[in-house]
Design a protein. Sequence first.
Lengths: 218, 180, 118
Amino acid sequence: MTIFSVYIINKAGSLIYHYDAPNTTRPAVEKTFSYPLELVLKVFDEKVTVAFGERDGIKVGHAVLGINGIPADGRFLRDKREILEVLSSEKNYPINIKFGRPPLSINERIMLASMLHSLFAIGSQLSPEPHSSGIRTMETDTFKLHCHQTMTGVKFVIITDPKQGHVDAILRKMYEAYADFALKNPFYSLDMPIRAELFDNSLQSVIEQADKYGISSI
Amino acid sequence: MSRQGNRAGDPRKVNGELFTLTYGALVAQLIKDYENDEQVNKQLDKMGYNMGVRLIEDFLARANTGRCNDFRETADVIAKVAFKMYLGLTPVVSNWSTTGDEFSLLLESNPLTEFVELPPGHANLNYSNLLCGALRGALEMVQMDVDVRFVQDILKGDNITEIRLKFIKRLEDAVPVGED
Amino acid sequence: MSKEEEFKLMYGMIFSIKSFVSRLSPTDMKDGFLNYSTSKYKLHFFETPSGLKFIMNTDLSVGSMKDVLHQMFSSIYVEYVVKNPLCSLDQPITSELFKNKLDEYVRGLPQFGTKTGS
């Protein structure tokens, strides 16, 4: 099985912990272009993304991650030049551009967490039958999201590959790790982001065990 | 002490006497630091509360119990599961009020007071008041506002130790949305 | 909750879910969001390239409804709404014929009526 990421959301909907499995690299493609650039680019979410034109593994929605080895930082390169400007002048060509799915920034993650928090609640409100829980699993073609809300309102979220069945055992183990290494640490304040190495380690060992020996080993 | 052997294969065991002594030292220090017993009780309750709000997650993570829909159920879970898990004893649930919103936990022994003899002049001290705070904090996190206090204590010459729990209200606002 | 409110909430939720999953996805998506389930029901989603969205609520035992929703689009919506000159495409569908055909189709599904009590 593959676990992509883990999120823990407190009862107010703020993200208090996130973990990305080290082996999940977001796809990235590097290619040298000559003038004029045949891809249509636009600025979306403060990033320069491909709006139209797919080729050689570069997909619509990919963002410019770097030019000539200089990494991008939003709409700009690290050396403060604006990406669209660099790409529009012919003298900069041939040019090497790195495209890929932009990594999630911490702010985006916080936003996604609070989004899930409200989606979870709406999912329960829209139920055709009374007394429904919130969203427990959500399937897409690229991943599956599993969400477990404890009685105290903390949400444990695991993102796995789409074919993964139940992950209850892992969610349970994670809850135990949270109870042990976050809450029993007297210097951890409730509902605040968890920064504890012991917690990191124990969570990682749960995930590694599941990865190696399958979920039934937990 | 009590926890020994409770969790199969758990290497994190602690000597029970060390624990009782630690608690004793804590209470003794509080008595030195504060002027009267009432204030000591209050501090113990506060510490217990802070423990309770954390301990509840540990409890839920391991005990695998569902939400209680009735105060009688809550009483049962506290006595038979929680006390057993954390103190290694099972108090008797009794003295229900007619409306079913108040009950007592009767303890014949209390591991916290194993070696304790109250010095004179501390008639108002609730030596084990930490337990009250812990119960209150834990219940609050599962959205129940409950008043918890000692009414009898073997330490003070009573025949039995009695903790009284009174249900005040359900904290509807705090109930997480999207529960079954 | 009134029907009107429910529709608005549903629209908003689907909109957010789409944006949510496309950001969260570790790799490039093709179909995107497919379904979610709670303890009581499962919501299936299918969107045409033209942006028309088909949503169906079922009980939890039902598997993928992608083909069913696609069928609803291609052989009921297209046939009885798009090809009906009296149906305007940006107004709520009032056609009785469409309603009857859809009802007939849904009742004829193997998944229909498998629900047991609860």
